[in-house]
Design a protein around this ligand. Sequence first.
Ligand SMILES: [Zn+2]
Length: 462
Amino acid sequence: MGQAARTTKLLLDLSEREQGGANRDKRRYLEETVAILDAARVFYLHFFLANPDKLMERVEVISKQTGEVADRLISTDKLLTWAEFQTVETAEHPDPLPAWNFSQAFPQFPNRYRRSVIKDCIGKARGYLSTLSNWQSKGSKKGKPGKPGASNHPTLYAGTYSLDLDELDVRKSFVRLKVYTGSAWTWVHYPTRYNRYFERRRSEEGWEQESPTLVLTKQGASLHFLQTKTITAKKIVESKRDPDLVTVAVDLNVKFLAVITVRQHGKIMATRFVCDQGLDAHRYRHLKQVAKKQWQAGKVVQGERSNQQLWAHIRRQNTDRAHKTARAIVEVCEQYPGCVLVFERLRKIKRSGGSKSRRLNRKQANQVKGNITQLAKEKAYAIGVVCVEVNPHGTSQYCSRCGAKGMRFSLAAGQRTTGKGGKLFFCSTCRYECHADFNASVNVHHSFFREYHWQPLAYKSG
Ligand SMILES: [Zn+2]
């Protein structure tokens, strides 16, 4: 059993008033809210770090199921109650610690926000203390962990926000947020860039709603809705014993981002090629530009977009392609319930020659591969498909039909040129010829079942 998680973003409409967006004051309120919550977080971080013993207190817990007494770290809820008792003025407890009077420092601070801040700080302070004690026990002088930062995207627990979504009229969707205006706390309506896609994701069955977070950036503001789902999936070792097991293997490349093959009973049943749709060539063009500008010793060319924007553009394209490729992989998995998804462990790229732009482009391509693996893993897990990574040794060099060592070649004007960069694969032992990426993808299945002599002895499940 495990948990899958995903987020869906809902953008707040902060365009000018005439275009139907929120006015500038509302934008400022969001900034004020984030600022005051950060300030409150600084307060509680200092408070907890001043009381490390309480933070790491061990308490005896009696298990409800077995009745055994266990020694556990004090729970977050108990710590929360304790911290509120020490710092907040209430009718029953009118005098908190004078040095730590939160009610005086932050008057009228909403309870829900305070609790979210305290919980946040407990996590941060505990994480810091445990890395600190690890570092102390190691005894090295270098790498002393830094104090945790206070800024974070505020979590909106129930009571600090409400969604008014009107499905019929998209323009009528609002979110009500409790915000700080700089002097007081009030409820404010924010128009959203609501879409059907958002509603579909939110109402999808099996997903549980968690508290959303408010993410404020230079470009805009959005609410990130977190959803979780409990997944029950078989272990890889168990699946492997099943004679009817379907394996979906993926070979990641540059031009064909993914070559997906499906295998059952030793036979390849389906194949899907996912093309990069010109991403590599497009990125290369931009990187040439970047390399040129870097060579010009940081001089910005007048009238041209800066490298920063260029990088953002490249990053966006990479992520977009990675998401789409991962989606394609999971679409294949969806057709075979109970299948196992097999990837190659990502190779370390060797420092190869070539121009600077070429080297930059290889590095980017490798990062895209990593992103695809990660995203496909998450998306597949959400539908109950477990992913395993196998050793990449030999998958592109050996014949997927007989296991002998073969060679790569390419065809140009009827002429065969053998070489490493060839798109096709040829086995001189059994005269088998096919697309090199397809051959590699089929070999990934062999790696998983360890069927040939060149297969490594151990595989790591992930
Ligand atoms: Zn062969």
